[in-house]
Design a protein around this ligand. Structure first.
Ligand code: SAM
Length: 269
């Protein structure tokens, strides 16, 4: 265990700090911040975005994994009573320590790319999900988030199940120090009150979706048969009952179609 975060090096923690004031402004504008807001920020880093958010909101809790940065941030925000720096891993942190479960909050973050999806999914899948998320992710991931039927993938389903994602702006590597190798994108997600699919357990739904995408070039009947290890005639019966042509491919399905397949699958088994 080192002073940063477990065994991870600075480079592997995705430490690319935003230095472009124009981009910070775009993140703030998209977040529609208000003095009544409570904000959770993931990965405050050197505190540039944190500083700008803190000026505009009632309270801010920022979760940082790198203990050296946590120490510097605590010094930087020492007399600023609306800012709390929380030392920890956003993939594991206990939500009740970050938010008051009876009050709404927004999540704003320039995310470490290696952990962006686990962090986003954790917040979206929680029982106290944010009222809005404005996040910076890798451009390719942003495109997957907003993809429509025809180009959908696991990431599109995982995000659109919980909310409506929208691309705000693409950001050049030149806006960061050190510069990343890839282009970044600011995405805003407006979560729904409840997920589009009415499931008992999220993992039961994703068992089906993952099987569907296990061989994306194959027809659904084959990818589901292999992914779930069930007989072809049962898969065909299931798809016909769900009103889905078995020769379609997973990327063409809408969320409503996945929902139908999920419901009928668990009625059949
Ligand atoms: N917000 C800062 C900015 O915009 O300049 C820094 C963003 S940098 C892309 C990502 C930050 O997340 C780094 O400070 C890194 O140490 C931190 N980080 C990495 N993994 C984390 C994790 N699992 N939980 C919390 N913070 C993490």
């Amino acid at each position: 265990m080192n002073q940063r975060g477990g065994n991870l090096s600075t480079k592997s923690l995705g430490q690319h700090f935003l230095t472009d004031r124009g981009i910070i402004r775009r993140i703030l504008n998209a977040s529609e911040l208000d003095l009544k807001d409570h904000v959770v920020e993931i990965g405050p880093g050197r505190g540039h975005l944190t500083d700008a958010i803190a000026e505009r909101v009632g309270s801010l809790i920022a979760v940082e994994i790198d203990q050296n940065l946590v120490r510097d941030l605590n010094e930087r925000f020492i007399g600023q009573t609306n800012v709390t720096i929380f030392s920890g891993d956003a993939r594991e942190v206990d939500f009740s320590l970050l938010t008051n479960t009876s009050k709404p909050y927004k999540l704003v973050a320039n995310l470490p790319y290696y952990a962006a999806m686990p962090i986003i999914r954790r917040f979206l899948g929680s029982s106290h999900r944010p009222s809005m998320m404005v996040i910076m992710v890798q451009r390719e991931v942003a495109h997957q988030m907003v993809a429509q039927p025809g180009d959908m993938g696991l990431v599109s389903v995982a995000i659109q199940l919980y909310g409506r994602p929208k691309i705000i702006a693409h950001v050049s590597p030149r806006s960061f120090r050190p510069q990343p190798k890839v282009t970044s994108t600011i995405v805003r997600i407006d979560p729904f009150d409840s997920p589009v699919v009415d499931f008992d357990r999220e993992e039961n739904f994703f068992r089906i979706v993952k099987a569907g995408f296990s061989a994306p070039r194959k027809q659904l009947r084959n990818s589901l048969k292999n992914g779930l290890n069930i007989e072809s005639d049962i898969v065909d019966k299931w798809l016909v009952k769900s009103e889905i042509d078995p020769i379609r491919r997973a990327q063409t399905l809408t969320l409503d179609e996945w929902a139908r397949m999920y419901k009928i699958f668990y009625e059949m088994v």
